[in-house]
Design a protein around this ligand. Structure first.
Ligand code: KG4
Ligand code: ZN
Length: 348
């Protein structure tokens, strides 16, 4: 038997019921039940529908994870769970389940930050995190730039979105272009056939006083409005909309801003490692441009595989295992959920 900590992680902050099991830095299993299809016809995640789906999926997902990993609940050293940020009702299902397990098994519980988990997951893919690491998290719910000296207790926010998250902008632009929800992968696909230089869409907070005041913040709502207006003008003039060109030009504006600011942060904070996580990290153009710009700047790029970039339980287990390995104190069994948990609070 290994003496590395065996940790089960539970993630329910949005529409994915994720249960992962990690031993030390090794991923044993990552089970995800998603309710995304139940939300598709609403064009976005409906919190009550998500909570109900978590309730239904929780026990079968835990059972499946243990079975596939060949692990018995009694073997666990700790339970780790997302305590925030996220949808309040959805978080409650995960935290209540984790507390029940911890109490019944007599094991410690770690209520951890969802964003720090997105960073920690790369440990099971690419090994120990260099300290410090710069992390850019881009998903449907968040866009943040984080300076991470120690993922178990020192995560600093350098900037975040002022309005729409990056993935949200992809989803909204997809809707304008008549593409299905969630829109990111569809825009990515359409963009491959388009010309990214066709339309010069705005790059928010990248020049002059905006950049000075919001050096590492993002804003995508002006871009989204610019795309909608551009499409509307074409339609009103009775002209057809070149979907591939609009998708490619919009996508270029997003990934240009993201990679520019991430590398500026690396340079100004003297950090040589950049990690990109969250659902938008699956974007093919973001990956390509980040690789190109990192290589030029002498920065090492780390991007977990797509299945570990989107919300999952393995990331929560990975952070929990780090907490145990570093001897961090567990949470109190009365730990709360916190839908707006600050990123600087790694453990509740
Ligand atoms: O991390 P995630 O699964 O869930 C959270 O929002 O936390 O991220 C989902 C987001 C959606 O907005 C989706 O459109 C976007 O990630 N996304 C993409 C791609 N794949 C997923 N955006 C751009 N390009 C992609 N290939
Ligand atoms: Zn997430």
């Amino acid at each position: 038997m290994s003496d590395e900590p065996l940790v089960l992680g539970i993630e329910t902050s949005c529409d994915e019921t994720g249960v992962g099991i990690v031993r030390g830095q090794t991923l044993l299993v990552d089970t995800v039940a998603s309710s995304v299809e139940e939300h598709a016809r609403f064009g976005g995640v409906v919190p009550e529908v998500a909570s109900r789906a978590h309730l239904e999926a929780m026990v079968p997902t835990i059972d499946r994870a243990c079975r596939e990993a060949g692990v018995s609940l009694r073997d666990l050293d700790a339970i780790s769970v997302t305590s925030g940020p996220g949808l309040a009702g959805a978080l409650l299902v995960g935290v209540a389940s984790a507390k029940a397990l911890a109490l019944a098994l007599g094991k410690p519980i770690y209520g951890v930050n969802h964003l720090a988990s997105h960073v920690a997951v790369d440990i099971v893919e690419h090994g120990p995190l260099p300290e410090p690491t710069m992390a850019m998290l881009v998903s449907g719910g968040h866009s943040s730039l984080l300076l991470v000296p120690d993922v178990t207790n020192d995560v600093r926010s350098l900037g975040a979105t002022m309005d729409d998250a990056a993935g949200e902008a992809f989803d909204k632009v997809a809707r304008v272009l008549g593409l299905p929800f969630p829109g990111g992968p569809h825009v990515d696909r359409a963009a491959r056939e388009g010309n990214r230089l066709a339309i010069d869409f705005p790059r928010g907070l990248t020049t002059g006083r905006d950049l000075e005041r919001h050096r590492f913040d993002f804003s995508f709502s002006g871009l989204k409005t610019a795309v909608a207006r551009w499409v509307e003008l074409r339609q009103r003039a009775g002209e057809s909309v070149p979907v591939a060109d609009v998708a490619a030009s919009f996508q270029e504006a997003v990934v240009d801003v993201l990679t520019r600011k991430a590398l500026l942060a690396c340079k100004e904070h003297d950090v040589e490692h950049l990690l990109i996580g969250g659902g938008v990290a699956a974007n093919s153009r973001l990956r390509a441009l980040a690789e190109e710009r990192c290589a030029k700047a002498g920065v090492t790029l780390r991007v977990p595989r797509p299945g570990l970039c989107t919300d999952n339980g393995a990331m929560v287990a990975a952070l929990g295992a780090q907490m145990v390995a570093k001897g961090r104190e567990p949470s109190d069994l009365g730990l709360p959920t916190d839908s707006s948990m600050p990123v600087t609070l790694v453990r509740a």
